[in-house]
Write a protein that binds this ligand. Structure first.
Ligand code: CP
Ligand code: NVA
Length: 310
């Protein structure tokens, strides 16, 4: 038995990522028959930041699998007072079969995993959002029939969790991942390096392109996200001016030069800021399928991690 966690996108190899996406497609085809968490197995799902999609998709998904979802507002736990992350983790390992956590610094979820006897899943940290990217990859793969060789451009805040996760997850899938971002909001150099190494193994590539039109030229998929992530509301940075040229609008979408290019956004969207209504609600948008696929991808991930760890 090897205890497996999913703390960042490159915790899965290319083959493992592909296996999880295959399972996600079977759950999409039939939501209700498979009950691998019957017993039931319990999964704690803890939130220290707001959530709509992640909370609902984990709660509904665990129940569909026959399991028992235990949803907790982390701000009301003793963790929110002085109990340590490690002590909390030891307690969780005695009660539940897996823990899913949305928190702040990545170091917090690494501390949780360091003493855990059960799988730990990252439901968003300041640095990564790997469950979202699994759903994004499922959505792209279903549209194009493959991932390797496709070009994906992420536009906007290159230093945020979605940018980092798309770099690592996309490189693992063998995609060409471009980050179109202003010089003051580029990815963490270590994560960029990690993604480059992974891309060298898979035939993919990663690149930083500051010119927005150049960054989307020939792209199959455009992805954007809020310019102000949770926790950054009062960080003193101008989070509008530098990003304006990176707005995903009809003109930028046309600059891909590909009429079948598509658009993703993890949501919530700030309509009229990082993306226009016209694009979000337009025929090239896959955002609603993407949001639904959170359910299928996370069910697959949980079942896969529990199988590997048992
Ligand atoms: N995309 C996403 O993680 O949405 P929530 O913040 O609503 O969970
Ligand atoms: N980058 C965003 C993603 C929200 C799902 C945030 O962290 O707020």
């Amino acid at each position: 038995m090897t205890l497996r966690h999913f703390l960042r996108d490159d915790d899965l190899t290319t083959d493992e990522q592909s296996a999880v996406l295959d399972l996600a497609d079977t759950y999409k085809a039939d939501r209700f028959t498979a009950k691998p968490l019957a017993g039931p197995k319990s999964v704690a799902v803890i939130f220290e930041k707001n959530s709509t999609r992640t909370r609902l998709s984990f709660e509904v998904g665990i129940a569909q699998l026959g399991g028992n979802p235990v949803i907790i507002d982390g701000r009301s736990m003793q963790l929110g007072r002085e109990e340590t992350i490690e002590d909390t983790s030891r307690i969780l390992s005695g009660y539940v079969d897996a823990v899913v956590w949305r928190t702040f610094a990545q170091a917090r979820i690494e501390a949780m995993a360091s003493v855990s006897r059960i799988p730990v899943v990252n439901a968003l940290t300041d640095e990564f959002h790997p469950c979202q990217v699994l759903a994004d990859l499922q959505t792209i793969r279903r549209r194009y029939g493959r991932l390797a060789g496709l070009t994906l451009t992420y536009l906007g805040d290159g230093a945020n969790n979605m940018s980092h996760s798309l770099l690592l997850g996309g490189a693992t899938a063998g995609m060409h991942v471009r980050i179109g971002a202003p010089a003051s909001f580029v990815p963490n150099p270590q994560f960029l390096e990690d993604a480059k190494k992974r891309a060298a193994e898979t035939g993919g590539s990663v690149s930083l392109i500051s010119d927005p039109r150049e960054s989307v030229d020939g792209a199959d998929v455009l992805v954007t996200d809020t310019w102000t992530s949770m926790g950054q509301e009062n960080d003193g940075k101008d989070r509008v001016g530098p990003f304006r040229p990176y707005q995903v609008n009809t003109s930028l979408l046309e600059a891909t030069g590909k009429p079948d290019s598509t658009v993703l956004h993890c949501l919530p969207a700030h309509r009229g800021w990082e993306i226009t209504d016209e694009v979000l609600d337009g025929p090239q948008s896959l955002v609603w399928q993407e949001a639904e696929n959170r359910l299928h991808a996370q069910k697959a991930l949980l079942v896969w991690l529990l199988e590997q760890s048992s």
